[in-house]
Ligand binder design. Structure first.
Ligand SMILES: Cc1cc2nc3c(=O)[nH]c(=O)nc-3n(C[C@H](O)[C@H](O)[C@H](O)COP(=O)(O)OP(=O)(O)OC[C@H]3O[C@@H](n4cnc5c(N)ncnc54)[C@H](O)[C@@H]3O)c2cc1C
Ligand code: SF4
Length: 494
């Protein structure tokens, strides 16, 4: 049970970050993790408090608190403390498919729900997870798990993001023959071409994909289902189909001047940089350049932050990030108590880097763009902005963000990156399989389930849940696999 007095004896110590001005010189991961002995002490801080919200994944106050995978957090923390690294790896593997991804990119819902928050800092569960999985890889414990018996059933997984990979891994380990179809040139979905390399080194994905290939999963890249490959062909060839195509319809900013050159959706920009990085170390110059430009990022969320960090690494002259909503408080409001997810202002790595380079936070709150201004060549040069305030709509009673008269400004913008969220699944895929969608264009399934209205076709991940997190995508993939397995075998032991 960890060390009962550990949280009193040891302070929380986290990985060191490379200095912002140094790390923007490269695209490598920049966290320097603790030596393994130090990490053990961090495990000791977990007191197995008896109210482990950390592993609950429950909805509290409208947001999920605790790990959606229900990782056995107090148990793995204890095994870290006692140095039983192999047992810790085996315990973590009971609930998790890819700890190496979440240990790098998860917002750590477990830590937000940790009881130590009540009077101090939470247990460093995410970095304990990193130590467990990387120690397991280093010591050769992560081996391909080839099924002893094959069931003779064939499953197609469409999309190779974390939900598709999790579904494929589970179904293959159960003995079904799994083929993953991916329209992109490389496997990984947004792990590969959304999340930048400095947050998740792409070699980490390659390492996992190699293992899955050794386990028997077949990957087909450049395979756009619904375009190059007909849905009907797959339905004939496979016993079950799992749609894991993500929520890749970006929300646009439809204002005058939107047709100007050098206005991109965030993921197109980020993908161009990562692809060029992987193909040639950026030497092919086949990426959207930010060098010497005033960069405007529209959207104050995590994707916007990744654009800020990437634009800085490419040599942007300035970076401004617009957010429609007001700044969140720096500490929890009384109406947002523990163990709810804390609705507080987070300054992420890209913003930290912008502060180090330019001396101020790149975010401007309660502001949006009303027009893009282009030059005679059609290149965007500036953006007109307006301040927003929250006002109640007299008819509906709802609070809306509305423009403040006389607050218009013009700012420099030679590269605009739209990071305003996603609108759900893509129509050509849902049409191809004739599956219904809900009002948010997420694929509709049975309540609490994953099967669509078309027998034998399932959906998981962002395509089913809407834009979310890697940890949720993994949970969805695992849960969908369980349902697929039960539908094939009459029961499931996944
Ligand atoms: C820039 C960015 C940064 C993010 N950072 C984080 C983070 O730090 N932490 C976090 O937890 N979450 C983060 N997220 C969210 C997270 O990446 C997603 O929630 C998660 O990847 C969703 O997984 P998925 O498997 O459902 O879909 P995706 O990862 O979107 O994968 C879907 C895959 O399906 C493929 N596909 C689509 N249609 C077809 C078709 N017709 N045929 C074949 N293949 C197809 C796509 O090419 C893609 O590879 C981020 C998202 C973005 C955009
Ligand atoms: S997956 Fe995320 S929420 Fe779950 S234990 Fe790991 S870091 Fe915490």
């Amino acid at each position: 049970m960890g060390k009962p007095t550990g949280f009193l004896e040891y302070n929380r110590v986290s990985a060191q970050m490379e200095e912002p001005k140094e790390r923007i010189k490269h695209f490598r991961e920049f966290k320097k993790y603790l030596p393994i002995e130090e990490q053990q002490k961090q495990g000791a801080r977990c007191m197995e408090c008896g109210v482990p919200f950390c592993q609950s994944g429950d909805v509290l106050g409208g947001m999920v608190s605790g790990c959606p995978l229900h990782n056995l957090v107090p148990e793995t923390n204890d095994l870290v403390y006692t140095g039983n690294w192999e047992q810790a790896y085996l315990r973590l593997s009971k609930t998790h498919s890819f700890p190496e991804f979440t240990a790098r990119v998860c917002p750590a819902l477990c830590e937000a729900a940790c009881t130590c928050n009540l009077n101090g800092e939470p247990v460093g569960t995410k970095e304990n997870e990193h130590a467990i999985i990387e120690t397991a890889f280093e010591r050769g414990w992560v081996k391909p798990q080839v099924p002893k018996v094959r069931t003779g059933k064939k499953v197609a997984v469409i999309g190779s993001g974390p939900s598709g990979l999790a579904a494929a891994q589970q179904l293959n380990r159960r003995g079904h023959q799994v083929t993953v179809f991916e329209r992109s040139d490389r496997i990984g979905g947004l792990l590969r071409y959304g999340i930048p390399n400095m947050k998740l080194d792409k070699a980490v994905i390659d390492r996992r994909v190699r293992l899955m290939e050794e386990e028997g999963v077949v990957f087909k890249t450049g395979a756009d289902v619904g375009k190059d490959i007909k849905a009907a062909e797959l339905q004939k060839e496979f016993d079950r189909i799992v749609l894991c195509c993500g929520a890749s319809n970006p929300r646009d900013i439809k204002v005058p001047g939107r047709d100007a050159h050098h206005i991109y959706f965030a993921v197109d920009f980020l993908a161009s940089v990562t692809r060029s990085l992987l193909d040639s170390g950026l030497k092919d110059h086949k990426f959207v350049s930010a060098k010497g430009k005033h960069v405007l990022v529209i959207g104050g969320g995590d994707t916007g932050n990744d654009c800020v960090g990437t634009a800085l690494r490419l040599g942007a002259k300035s970076v401004t990030q617009l957010e429609m909503m007001p700044k969140a408080p720096d500490t929890r409001a009384d109406s947002n108590p523990w163990p709810q997810w804390p609705r507080v202002c987070k300054t992420d790595y890209g913003q930290e880097e912008a502060i180090a380079v330019f001396g101020h936070d790149p975010r401007i709150y309660q502001t949006t763009v009303t027009e893009f201004i282009k030059d005679e060549k059609g290149d965007v040069q500036k953006a007109k902005t307006v301040k927003l305030e929250s006002k109640r709509d007299e008819k509906t009673g709802r609070m809306n963000m509305v423009p403040v008269k006389g607050s218009e400004e013009v700012i420099d913008a030679q590269l605009v990156l739209i990071a305003a969220g996603f609108l759900g699944s893509q129509k050509y895929v849902t049409d191809a399989f004739k599956v219904s969608v809900d009002e948010r264009t997420n694929v509709a399934t049975k309540p609490e389930g994953y099967e669509t209205g078309i027998p034998g076709i399932f959906a998981a991940g962002d395509m089913h849940r809407g834009q979310s997190l890697v940890v949720w995508a993994i949970r969805e993939g695992r849960k969908a696999a369980e349902e697929v397995d039960a539908s094939l075998m009459g029961y499931s032991n996944l």
